[in-house]
Every structure is written in structure tokens, then in C-alpha cells.
Write a protein of this length. Sequence first.
Length: 827
Amino acid sequence: MYGNYDGLNKAPAFDLHLGVNYWTTVNISDSDTPVTVEVIAVIAGDSAQVCLVDTGSGTPFISSLDVRPLKNSLYPMANATQGLVLLSRSNLGPTDSTAIIRYPDDKHDRIWVPESKPREWVGFTTTKKVQNIHDDKFEAPSAVMQTAVMPISPTGPIELSWDAQPSAKDPAPGYICVLHISELQDLSRRSTRQFDVTINGLISLGGKGFTPEYLRSNALFNANANAYYGFHHYNVSLNATANSNFRPILNAVEVFSVVPTAGVPTATQDVSAIMTIRGKYQVKKNWMGDPCMPKNFAWNGLSCSYAGTTSPVITGLNLSSSGMSGNVSSSFAGLKKLQYLDLSRNNLTGSIPETLSQLSLLALLDLTGNRLSGSIPSGLLKRSQDGSLTLRYGNNPDLCTNGDSCQPLKNMKSSKVAVYVVVSIAAVSVIVLLLVLLICMLRRKQGTTTRNSVRPQNESGIRHSRGGNGHSSVRLNNRRFTYADLEAMTDGFRQVIGRGGFGKVYDGFLEDGTQVAVKLRSESSDQGVHEFLAEAQTLAKIHHKNLVSLIGYCKDMEYMALVYEYMSEGALHEHLRGRESRTKRLTWRQRLRIALESAQGLEYLHKGCNPPLIHRDVKTSNILLNANMEAKIADFGLLKAFNSSGDTHVSTARVVGTRGYLAPEYIVTFQLTNKSDVFSFGVVLLEIVTGQPHILNDPDPMSIIQWVQQRLACGNIESVVDTCMRGDYDVNGVWKAADIALKCTAQTPEQRPTMADVVAQLQECLDLEAARGNVNGGFYTAESGGNPSEYSGYGTDVSTDMSQSTTAFEMEHLGRALTMSTGPSTR
Ligand SMILES: *[C@@H]1O[C@H](CO)[C@@H](O)[C@H](O)[C@H]1NC(C)=O
Ligand SMILES: *[C@@H]1O[C@H](CO)[C@@H](O)[C@H](O)[C@H]1NC(C)=O
Ligand SMILES: *[C@@H]1O[C@H](CO)[C@@H](O)[C@H](O)[C@H]1NC(C)=O
Ligand SMILES: *[C@@H]1O[C@H](CO)[C@@H](O)[C@H](O)[C@H]1NC(C)=O
């Protein structure tokens, strides 16, 4: 059920695929009506994928997915080449016209919908159990079979009809109809009930003259849909034969359209190799469903060859600049038909596996820009020399590229053999050989470190949580990077994600795939060397979940850079007024959470640090949001410490910070206290409530504080609240938040609350909002397909990876999952 969950009021339409085959198009017409689609299909292999495909008519969504196992003998029309898509499943003549029948009455948990009785029909019911016949192909439940309909007129037929539902993908669908029939009356020996069943007057189901058995469920159905393609309208008619003393009877009906399921998935060997690769490198691309199929949804960076009816095979793989680390997996050699393999610009280490030379069709192998070591396998070298393979391996500082310098490696190998042999002969020679070995190793070590290798100078333990989408809460020890490291990390400073007075911020990846933001100081920076280093040194010491963490820094000759955790949603002001605010609207609850979290970050600086710290540049562009919309304070370049604990303020030589956010006493007296941050935070909070900039042109420049005060003087909160929230907030909570903000922006520092007070008050606002129990409150509304965007904080649209917009639900090892389930769930 769509339920307008995204607030866009635009019910989407999208396609469903089962594995590689088109299943159906879901077209939601009414936001309050649940839509259920069902397919009966044979799954080859031990896993299945259900893909929701964005076809440009809105973002696909799913509320629940149920999987039910069926015996092979059931629904024999569903086979390797066709599946059955349910159109309707009706229980006729129900005793309760509102009750659906499903599990536990139906052990297969089919949903039998009560069919309201047209005037021409009369219902008939028995309380006796209806048995399944031997070799029953449908196993209709007794509860469904115990009720039936007959025509009112003693000579009339039972007629059912449906309209064909052609779609762009399936312009002439074929249909299969299953009539479930059981005799419910104990007829005397001399009387018979006999009737013919025809569809569109053409074909009779079950031959001439069908007589149902007493209390035995039987079914009449067309085994294939061939005769029923291309009609606009179908009608099924049950007519009593001339020999019959009784009217026809019908207990239940199912109608299916058929879909071809003959699409062949990618060759299994290729699938298992690429799945291993995907798992090993945690590839951050939209790699879901089958790798090559359907054709227009082949995975990013993959080329496939499709030859007739045979399984597609992977012929090319481009994983250039994909943030991969670790060694080169031998699974690449499992892609036997590979013609090109591009692994350039990653952080791959270790040696090049010999097995790659077994790829006989490989014409291009690009390993440029990694940290590979060892020598190039002779098989590859040979093929490169005879011209059958283009081999690129530049910019791998540790790779032995010419035969002679690889000598030590070969010697080492033979030394090991020698040691092994010698051990049994004489201990003395072992020691000598070991020494030789050690010296060899030391030589090698020296050799590598003097080269310009991409390796942190301080290898101190990096810990990070797995799955690094950049929003996992990272706790890292700071490390020092060289300029070359930064180059590798950012792929040569390719993507700028933000700009500031200090220089540019670039998108980057650590060798473990963690996404980072690299802030490189430019020569013309406003931020002095001193401030830059101050930020690095302070940040190295402080850790709080609401402060952007520093992962490392670089001071390499004239180059200076800070490496931060990646905040994918960019700066708060973009969400209030910028590009983001047009497509995504922050709810009141989200705003309160952001305010509370920022306040907690500041409270930590003021209270949790020794000496206490003053941020000095609190503003909406310095509050960044991660993928979970958690707020963190950024930009500590102006951070100032109280040097001695007795001081009530620090005096600064000049006023720094941003106009409109500066506390009045600071501008006038140059005296700085933590209440200056409180003032700036008050301005931020006003922006959060109103969605207005900190300085309005209304028409003359006016501070947001004045603007709000003037309007609230008339007692009208609605006139200041951001209209983007469309009145969806608790009025008391908004009043309270505005009140906190105005107290924070009081003229004298003494009148302002502390950040600890602010945190407590905002928590109360959030509780008020939570108590309101708004079901939509927690949603962040988003429109699909946003362009990659740039923020003046930093950040980039997370959806860039998701260019194919396919959502896949994979049920690996279907068999096991099913035996684990305890039975159908109730709705
Ligand atoms: C969904 O249904 C509406 C109304 O029936 C129709 O206008 C629209 O084209 C359909 N969309 C798709 C993708 O089939
Ligand atoms: C059903 O189809 C037959 C044959 O096409 C036709 O004679 C009959 O009138 C149809 N009945 C209805 C209700 O459409
Ligand atoms: C792989 O992709 C990168 C960038 O997307 C491109 O520059 C490169 O040429 C591609 N490699 C091959 C072998 O197509
Ligand atoms: C890569 O590393 C794994 C685990 O460290 C190891 O099992 C595998 O043999 C290595 N593969 C190659 C080709 O070096």
C-alpha cells in the first residue's frame, strides 16, 4: 500500500521481475488500497531474486514479500517455461461474504476471496468435509469447496467473465482458468448432474458431459493458454446437458495469465565467480539480480555476450576506481570468456595471480594505479610480448616489472627450499641460511619504503565497522598520510564535493573502501597554516558522535590536508533552503533531532573537553548530515581553547566567524565566551524553525532574530514556521523551540542558557513531537533520480551509485529459508 509514504502524492507504477523474467507491472492507482500480486513459478536452482524495477514512473516500493513452497505436482501448468500470474481467486457462495479463507484452512496459504453472488446465482452449502481426490493437482481446501453456486433458473447456465489486461510488456496475454467443482448434494442413483464447460464458446473443458463426484474436489482447467491468447474478453459458461436432471454447480474459480519464464540466466560458473568478487570487494555498485539479464539491467561495468538461447556469459569487467582493496582474487580467472578486465585505480595489493594467464580470450588487462607487488606472471608476460594481450601495470610502485630486479624474489623462493632441505642435515647451515634470508628480506623492505608507495606512514590500527557506506559510526585512530596517499585516495583529486575559504574538499576512498572527504588546503587559503594545524591537533584529541571525525591528516612539504569521515547528505543549510530542500523536505521531527544532535556536539566542546573549546563558527553550513540524517558539527578551523580554567573569557585580537551569527558582545569587546557559540546556535535554531536565511532581505537586510521577534510579537507562530512543513508539527513544540532560540540570542551573555540547558529543552520538544505519534513523522521524503549534487559543506548524492534503480530482494538458499519458517504469517 502506497499510503503516500513519501508525501509526494504520486502513486508509482513499476515492473516486477522474478529472476531474469518479467513478471508483471504494478500500477498503483489508489494510495489507500493495498495491491497484492502473486506468481506461481518454478524456481531453477537454489536461489531466486525478486526485482522491483524503476521504469520512470515513480520509486518502486514493497511492504511485504511472502514465499510459499508448492509440491511439484501442484499447478502443472506452471513449468520451466511459463509461470502463472494470478488475476483472481474466488470462493463462490461463501457463508460469510466478508471472510477470506487462507491458512490454516488452506495449507498452501492461498487467499480465497469471497465472491459476492450475482442475482442469477443461488448459494449452496454443506457442513460435510470435502475430500481431495487422489492425485489432486490443486488441493483446494474443504472450507472453500463446502460452498458453491448454481443458477437460479432451472435451465440457465453459470457464466463468468473477465476482460483481458494487455500491457506494453504483454500486449496479448494468454489465460488459464481453473474451475474447482465438487458435488455437495447426495443425489439419488437415478438422477444426474451433468454439464459442459466452454470458454468463449470454443473449447469444452474436461470433455463432454462432466459429472462432479459427491464431496470430492475436482477441477476443470485448460492445461495451456494457447487457445486463449489475444481475446479482449473471456467468458466461461457452464451449461447443463440434455441428460442432466440438475443445474450446473461451481465451488471456486482461479484465473491466471501466463508469463514466459524461459529467459536464461547468466552461466552459473560466471555467476558464482562474480558473486565471489562482489562479496570479496564489497563492490559499491548497484549489483543486484542476475549479472547479465535482463539485458537492459546488466550490472554496471559488466559486458556480456548473448548468443541465442544459451546462457549469457560475462565478456568484460570494468572495476576501475571502485575502491577495491585486498589481493587480486583468483575468481577473476573463473570468468572464462573474459576479453577485458580493468582493475585500474584501486588499492589492490599482493601479487598478480598466475591463473589470470589461463583466460585465453583476454585481450586487455589493466592493473594501473594499484599497490601490487611481486612479479608479473610469465604467462601474462609472454602473451603481452606476442601481442595477444595488452597489459597495463603502470603506477604500481612495488611491482617488479623487469626480469632482473625480480631476482631477489626468485632467490628467496629457492632459499626457502634450501632451508627445508638443509634442516635435516645441519643446524649450523640453517642459521646461516636464515641470516641470508633475513638480509634479503630487509633489503626488500628498504627498497619498498623508499619508493613512493601508497602506504600510511603510521600503520596504527584502523578500525572501522563493515559495510562502510560512509555512514557507519567510525572510530579511527588518526593517521598521517603522504601527498601520494591522498592522490591515490582521491584518484588524482578527481571529484570536488565542496569548496571553502581553505580550499577544496574531494571525494576519496581508503584502501578498505571507506568513503572519506579530503580537505586540501590551497595556497591561497584564508585559513592559515597555524589554523589548519590547530584544527588537526585538536580534532585528533576529541571524539564525539556529533562532531565530524578526523580520520587522518597530511603534512607533506607544502601540502596540508585533513581527511574526514564522509557525510553523504551534505550541509544542513542545503536541506533548509538549498537544492535539497526542493526535493526533500525535512520534517519537524528530523529538524528537532538535527538541532538536538548539534547542540550535543557543542555541549561536548564546552563541557566535555579539557580545556573547554569554543567553536566560534557555528552556522548551518557547518552542520553536516550523514546518510542516516545524523547531524555532526564540522569545520573546527577557528576552534579556540580557554587556556586556564579560571578565565571567564578569552580575548582575541580580531573578530572571526560569520556575520549574522556573531554574538554582539564579541563584536564590540572582542571578548569570547562559550555563550558566543550559544548565540550562534540560537540563530541556527531559528533557521531550523523558519527555513529562512540568517539575514533576510525584507526588503532591507534584517537579521532573522529581529524578523522572528517582530512576528511573534503578534502572537502568531504560524507566520514564522517553515511552510515546507505544511503544518505537520506540534504547535507547542514549535513555540518552545522558537522560545529556546530567542533565549539563546539574548543580548547579554548572562541571559543566555548554557548548551546543557539547550540540550535538555530540545529533548523535551522532541518528546512532545514523539508523543504526537505521527506515523509520517519519521520519514524523510525523497524524490528519485536526483542529480549528483555539490554542497558547500561537502557531500555527494548517494544515489549516484544506484544509477540503475533496481531494487532486489534475494532469497539465497530458498530451500533452507523455507524449512526454517514456522508457517505463513498472518496479515
Ligand atoms: C497506470 O495507470 C494509469 C491510469 O490507469 C495510466 O494512465 C498509466 O499510464 C499507467 N502507468 C503505467 C506505467 O502503466
Ligand atoms: C460468451 O461468449 C459466447 C461466445 O462468444 C457468446 O455467445 C455469449 O453471448 C457470451 N456471453 C457473455 C455473457 O458475454
Ligand atoms: C573503465 O571505466 C573507466 C571509467 O569509467 C574508463 O575510463 C575506462 O576506459 C574503462 N575501461 C575499459 C577497458 O573500458
Ligand atoms: C588472497 O588472500 C586470501 C586470504 O588472505 C588467500 O586465501 C588467497 O589465496 C589470496 N589469493 C591470491 C591470488 O593471492
